[in-house]
Design a protein around this ligand. Structure first.
Ligand code: IMP
Length: 206
C-alpha cells in the first residue's frame, strides 16, 4: 500500500521511509503524488494541525496520508511558542532565521529561573475509509542560556538534555532519533500501524 506524506519536507520523508521500510509500505511525498497543497494550520494543538494536514491530502488524493506537526513548549512562557514554533517572531509574513529565533527566545526567557521545556511531535494518519491513527512523542529538557552545538536544526542548539549532558544539537542523527519527540512518535505510529494491519481496518493495510 502507498502512503502519502502530507509535507514537502525531504528530511521527514527519509525518516518515515526508514521507520516503515521493513513493513513493505511505500511512502511518497505529496509533491510526488502531484499534489500542491498548503493546508492552513489553524488548529490550536499539534494534534489538530497534524490531522488537518493529513485529512487534506487524503481527501485530495484518495490515499492514506500521514502528517506530523511539532514544536517547542517552554514552561516559563506558558507553553509558547508551541504550535507557532516555526513562525515565532515572524512579522508581516517575514520569518526569522533559526539563529534569530533562538536568540529571541533566549531574550524572552532571560529573566526566567524555570528553564523547563519540551519538544512535542504529533502524527496523524487518515485513511480513505475514515480510519484515523494518531501518535505523540515528547522529550523533556531545559532551555540553555546560549546556543551549543551545530547539529540538528531549529531550536536544537538551545535545548539541553540533562541526562545526556549535551544539547540536542550535540547529538548525532542516530542519537537524536533514539530520544527525540519525532522518533518516539514515529515508533508509536509504527506499532499502531502494525496493529491496524493485523485487525484489517484502514481499508486493509497490506
Ligand atoms: P513543523 O512540524 O515542520 O511545522 O515544525 C515546527 C517547528 O518546530 C520547526 O520549524 C522548528 O522550529 C521546531 N522543531 C520541531 N522539531 C524540532 C526539532 O527536532 N529540533 C528543533 N526544532 C524543532
Amino acid at each position: 500500500m502507498t502512503f502519502v506524506l502530507a509535507s514537502n519536507n525531504e528530511k521527514k520523508l527519509i525518516e518515515l521511509r526508514e521507520i516503515l521500510s521493513d513493513l513493505g509500505l511505500e511512502v511518497i511525498s505529496q509533491r510526488q503524488a502531484g499534489l500542491r497543497l498548503e493546508v492552513e494550520e489553524t488548529g490550536t494543538t499539534f494534534e489538530e494541525n497534524a490531522f488537518l494536514k493529513a485529512k487534506g491530502a487524503c481527501d485530495a488524493l484518495g490515499l492514506p496520508a500521514i502528517a506530523d506537526d511539532s514544536g517547542l513548549e517552554v514552561a516559563a512562557l506558558g507553553g509558547a511558542p508551541g504550535v507557532f514554533s516555526a513562525r515565532y517572531g515572524a512579522e508581516n509574513g517575514v520569518e526569522l532565521s533559526s539563529a534569530e529565533r533562538n536568540a529571541l527566545l533566549l531574550r524572552n526567557t532571560a529573566k526566567a529561573e524555570d528553564r523547563r521545556a519540551r519538544f512535542v511531535s504529533a502524527i496523524a494518519c487518515v485513511f480513505p475509509d475514515g480510519t484515523v491513527l494518531r501518535a505523540r512523542g515528547e522529550v523533556y529538557g531545559e532551555l540553555l542560556r546560549a546556543p551549543r552545538g551545530d547539529g540538528g536544526f531549529g531550536y536544537d542548539p538551545i535545548f539541553w538534555l540533562p541526562e545526556l549532558g549535551k544539547s540536542m544539537a550535540e547529538l548525532d542523527p542516530e542519537e537524536k532519533n533514539a530520544i527525540s519527540h519525532r522518533g518516539r512518535a514515529l515508533r508509536e505510529f509504527r506499532q499502531k500501524l502494525i496493529a491496524l494491519r493485523e485487525d484489517g481496518r484502514g481499508g486493509k493495510v497490506e
